[in-house]
Design a protein around this ligand. Structure first.
Ligand code: ATP
Length: 359
């Protein structure tokens, strides 16, 4: 199977005389067998990138290659791709089995080969007992499995997904995620998966590509994206609840530099050479603890708690605005003053203007 190479891809749409740069000089390689998720907020250019890879959109500039083959101008039907969308569009008058086998029939596969491939796909997708049913008898998650089966029996070279689970509820999503992972692993071809759901990106991918306003912000394995974000945008977008931001200042003391937030000082690695600079201080809500002593850490007035069973999301008002902290399952604030204490090795600092990570 080939790698997918996206090289300097730019797509500009024209609308009522205005130019919209949907994708701006994106370069990304998805290795054979690799699962890469393109994630970002609505309108950031995810679908346009995927459609260019699929051959449904023509790039304004740049190149798409499958292995050594330049497919930039190749029509979609000649690219040997499996393409899954949110809209499942099964043939309503055909059974599950007929839906999966239809493409093979058109392509001239023998009846024996069709049966063998459908059985194999159905086993992989855990829908063997659904083969005789009609699409209207299936749940959304089962329908998406059938659509997946229809794609995979054709032995695609490349798997492309555009928000295939966005119509499903949380439980069905959680059930389908491992199925998609298993199928793409089994087929072993490169996979590009588009979503705005960062939980999908984090759980399924070998690497996550975060896109913002048409440009790639960071491409890295999920854990690296989470722990070592390159920018304020990435830190804010990935993780639930979102990273909390505070204003801080770097102060040099006796040859070393430390971070000051409010009246509180933190030792943070990598601050040598900085002094006097204002910085954005980012912390995940899981890395802030609540002290009953309001003189420890950042003073914070308790607002409310959202108990989730295994943890609580606790909201506080601070001089830097509202802050969310993940507290223990038994935490119950009383609306009084507390202190928010940062776990120093989890502090990430960002440039106040560019948002680029500095430490
Ligand atoms: P979403 O998550 O909402 O689907 P997205 O990240 O997939 O968003 P795109 O659909 O690629 O983003 O759109 C990127 C930008 O290009 C948006 O500003 C969008 O309005 C614009 N755009 C997309 N398709 C067209 C089109 N056919 N004509 C004009 N502008 C378009």
């Amino acid at each position: 199977m080939p790698d997918i190479t996206i090289e300097n891809l730019t797509k500009v749409y024209e609308e009522s005389g205005d130019e919209i740069v949907a994708v701006d000089d994106v370069t990304l390689t998805i290795a054979d067998g690799e699962f890469v998720t393109l994630v970002g907020p609505s309108g950031c250019g995810k679908t346009t990138t995927l459609r260019c890879v699929a051959g449904l959109n023509t790039p304004t500039s740049g190149t798409i290659r499958f292995g050594d083959r330049d497919v930039t101008e190749t029509p979609v039907q000649e690219r040997n791709i499996a393409l899954l969308f949110q809209d499942i569009a099964l043939y309503p008058h055909m059974s599950v089995q007929e839906n999966i086998a239809y493409g093979l029939k058109i392509a001239g596969f023998s009846r024996q080969e069709r049966i063998a491939r459908v059985e194999e796909a159905a086993g992989l997708l855990q829908i063997t007992d659904q083969l005789e049913k009609m699409p209207s008898e299936l749940s959304g998650g089962q329908q998406q499995r059938v659509a997946l089966g229809r794609s995979l029996v054709r032995d695609p070279e490349v798997f492309l997904f555009d928000e295939p689970m966005s119509d499903l509820d949380a439980k069905l999503k959680a059930e389908l995620r491992p199925v998609i992972e298993k199928v793409t692993n089994e087929i072993g071809c490169p996979t590009l998966y588009v979503t705005h759901d960062q939980a999908e990106a984090m759980t399924m991918s070998d690497r996550v590509a975060v896109i913002n306003d048409g440009e790639l912000e960071q491409v890295a394995p999920p854990k690296e994206i989470y722990d070592e974000p390159d920018s304020e945008f990435v830190s804010r977008f990935i993780g639930q609840p979102s990273t909390q931001f505070f204003d801080g200042r770097i102060r040099a003391v006796n040859g070393t530099a430390e971070l000051v937030v409010g009246d509180y000082e933190y030792e943070v690695d990598g601050l040598g050479g900085w002094n006097g600079d204002e910085v954005r201080v980012g912390l995940r809500p899981q890395h802030i603890t609540v002290s009953n002593d309001a003189d420890v850490g950042i003073p914070a007035t308790h607002l409310l708690d959202e108990p989730l069973g295994d943890a609580t999301h606790s909201f506080f008002e601070t001089e830097f605005g509202e802050a969310i902290v993940v507290t223990g399952p038994d935490f119950e604030g009383d609306g009084e003053e507390y202190g928010l204490v940062f776990q120093s090795d989890a502090i990430r600092l960002f440039d106040t203007d560019s948002g680029v990570r500095i430490a």
